[in-house]
Design a protein around this ligand. Structure first.
Ligand code: FAD
Length: 434
């Protein structure tokens, strides 16, 4: 899926309940009342689509990249919050203690029935908490898995509360057509959550993997290899990633995204290059061969499949090398004879992984803190370095694939665009959506 299709599709679905409500109609009301209802309707449909954006739908995220769908998820959550918080204050009308026979469409009255309002009030309090917790997760010191559980349960609760509030208190939501629309949309949203936490683990249980080796690459980076246990393995494109769960039940929340650094052409075994960072990655060295693993994937759009550019630039910062190594290995195994230049940045020399393999390539190592005997590039992967490595023709004709720290990718991307590289020839992936 292309970004434009994603945005158009999003706009269509998000405004669908609003359009149907307008079509269902009712006696005219003041503009401010309509605005209040419209904001409430939009906030609810945005909240429901959040489930789809953060659910692992390959049709959505593999086209534009998970980092893009997650960014949209974050932005729309904040927009929905603003709409939801504003909407009750815009209403002006006669409060009603219940349904009035002379006002069946609630054009003249606003309900004060506690049962209909209580769910709205509860969602009103929960939604900001969910957003604040997501924004401040790291600062608040939450373990990723704890936060993920709270986020999922909180979102589920909010969806159910909003559904109850909308169909009971809403002027439009209480109309039969809209009740069905909201029921269907809420069902799809909750279904997508259940699919990630129940259906996918069930499928994973039938397709276990086993760890075949764990090797230290550098002082804080490891290579973990797994092979399918009793099945064909995974269909994937070089450069994609999976959610990897090692040694836990498939229903556990302890799974982390890692790029596959091996190549599909190498066979069913998969390798991962993993940097120590937090509670799971710091225990990689303790994983024993034979340990069971479960994989969910493959995801991601960092792929050269179907691309015909005459040359390939691979630009990696630290462990961002992982997906690019998968791409490079696939090119070598399939006899892809296009020119390749690799830029690989690290802080110190000891962090350079797969040196022997990379030395056989046209590689530019970059070190921030080089030893005295270093003859390679120094400093950061910045505009000046990019200009030293690539020619004008390469800027305009090659495909540039990059993965690394956000600052590196922003700098390089801006510079490539300045040098005339079309944005569709710049592929990137972020390891963090914070
Ligand atoms: C698409 C993608 C590909 C990645 N590929 C690699 C790779 O090839 N090699 C590598 O070393 N690292 C990779 N990462 C980063 C890796 O996922 C994290 O470093 C790892 O999950 C940290 O887990 P932890 O339990 O050790 O640390 P924690 O302290 O639990 O987490 C540290 C940070 O990692 C991120 N993270 C943790 N768990 C998850 C999760 N389940 N989903 C999303 N983000 C999570 C969060 O930002 C969190 O704040 C990738 C990340 C993404 C999004």
């Amino acid at each position: 899926m292309k970004p434009l299709i994603l945005i158009v599709g999003y706009l269509v679905v998000v405004t669908l309940p609003l359009a149907i409500s307008w079509w269902v109609g009712g006696p005219p009301r003041q503009f401010q009342q309509e605005l209040a209802s419209g904001m409430g309707i939009l906030a609810f449909s945005m909240v429901l689509i959040e489930f789809i954006l953060s659910g692992r739908f390959k049709a959505i995220s593999n086209g534009v990249g998970l980092d893009v769908t997650m960014r949209l998820h974050q932005i729309m959550a904040r927009t929905a919050l603003v709409f939801a918080l504003l909407h009750p204050f815009l209403y002006q009308g006669t409060p009603s203690g219940g349904q009035r026979p002379w006002d069946p469409t609630r054009a003249l009255t606003i309900t004060t029935d506690f049962s209909a309002l209580s769910s709205g009030i509860a969602a009103y309090l929960l939604l900001p908490s969910l957003v604040v917790l997501a924004i401040g997760r790291t600062q608040l010191g939450f373990k990723y898995e704890t936060w993920r559980l709270l986020h999922g349960v909180g979102a589920l609760l909010i969806a159910m509360l909003l559904w109850h509030h909308t169909v009971n208190a809403g002027r439009y939501g209480s109309q039969p057509v809209m009740s069905w629309v909201w029921l269907a949309m809420t069902g799809l949203a909750i279904g997508s959550l259940l699919s990630v936490y129940l259906l996918v683990p069930l499928l994973q249980k039938a397709r276990p993997w086993r760890v075949t080796s764990v090797a230290r690459l550098t002082p804080r980076q490891w290579e973990v290899t797994v092979k399918p246990d009793g099945h064909r393995g995974l269909d994937y494109k070089a450069g994609q990633f999976v959610w990897l769960n090692v040694g836990n039940s498939p229903f556990s929340l302890k799974e982390n995204p890692f790029s596959i650094c091996s190549a599909p052409a190498a066979g069913p075994e998969l390798s991962f290059m993993i940097k120590e960072l937090g509670d799971f990655t710091r225990t990689i060295g303790q994983i024993r061969t034979g340990t069971v693993a479960y994989l969910d994937g493959a995801y991601g759009n960092l792929s050269l499949d179907g691309r015909t550019e005459p040359g390939v630039a691979l630009i990696a910062g630290g462990v961002g090398l992982a997906p690019l190594l998968g791409i490079l290995r696939q090119m070598r195994l399939t006899g892809d004879s296009r020119q390749v230049k690799v830029i690989y940045g690290n802080r110190i020399i000891d962090q350079i992984a797969y040196r022997e393999e990379l030395d056989a390539e046209n590689v530019f190592y970059v070190l921030q803190e080089p030893p005295e005997t270093w003859h390679g590039e120094t400093g950061f992967i910045d505009s000046a370095l990019i200009d030293r490595v690539f020619t004008e023709i390469e800027f305009s004709e090659w495909v540039f694939v990059m993965c690394g720290p956000a600052i590196m990718m922003d700098t390089v991307e801006d510079h490539l665009i300045e040098r005339g590289t079309p944005s569709q020839r710049i592929l990137s992936e972020r390891f963090s959506y914070d």
